[in-house]
Design a protein around this ligand. Structure first.
Ligand code: HEC
Ligand code: HEC
Length: 137
């Protein structure tokens, strides 16, 4: 082995060790989750699906429920913030919808692939405020 080759092997080995250490460290800047109704270990895809479902059901954008702030001169969404009352309302709605399905439709959310009979869409139908039928609404 030439000196250069030896050096390359040593370099490769130390790179592997460094990468190994880096991989075993918890990811930095992982924002703290603030989940009170959804499972704490929910996957990114499932969370995304539910959030886009909210958008569709209410006919709104993410900032209807989520607050943002100016960070380093740029506007950034702060999804973990509970600043907007609409977010808390959505949590109440989530619980309410779950109760309706369980109590009145005997829906078992533990069944894989089961679709709940009542969803946000059932009442909201693409609007933030479902009509209560009153003329003044
Ligand atoms: C109708 C209200 C509503 C809308 C619209 C909405 N969200 Fe949410 N979002 C919530 C609520 C409520 C929670 C917290 C759930 C909980 O407490 O378990 C949440 C949580 C989240 C979280 C997790 C935050 C954390 O604590 O780590 C992310 C990320 C997120 N939403 C992204 C989005 C995105 C992206 C959109 C648009 C595509 C969106 N949301 C639209 C209500 C909403
Ligand atoms: C059984 C019918 C029903 C279901 C199901 C339902 N909602 Fe609602 N929701 C309402 C009614 C009624 C209001 C009050 C409307 C008003 O104040 O004009 C409301 C209000 C809200 C508001 C407050 C809007 C605002 O401007 O303050 C949010 C947010 C919301 N719902 C989110 C949801 C989400 C998310 C779901 C599904 C998890 C859901 N709702 C399921 C009937 C329903």
């Amino acid at each position: 082995m030439t000196m250069n080759k030896k050096f390359a092997v040593v370099l490769l080995l130390s790179a592997t060790v460094v990468l190994g250490i880096a991989a075993s460290q918890p990811p930095q800047e992982q924002p703290k989750r603030n989940l009170k109704v959804l499972p704490k270990d929910i996957s990114h895809e499932d969370l995304d699906k539910i959030m886009h479902g909210f958008n569709d059901a209410l006919g709104v954008k993410c900032n209807f429920c989520h607050a943002g702030a100016q960070v380093d001169g740029r506007f950034k969404m702060d999804f973990a913030s509970d600043e907007k009352p609409e977010k808390q309302m959505a949590r109440n709605m989530w619980k309410m919808t779950g109760k309706i399905n369980k109590k009145f439709f005997k829906f078992n959310s533990g069944t894989a692939g089961a679709v709940p009979p009542v969803t946000c869409m059932t009442c909201h139908n693409g609007k933030p405020h479902p009509s209560n039928g009153a003329a003044a609404h």
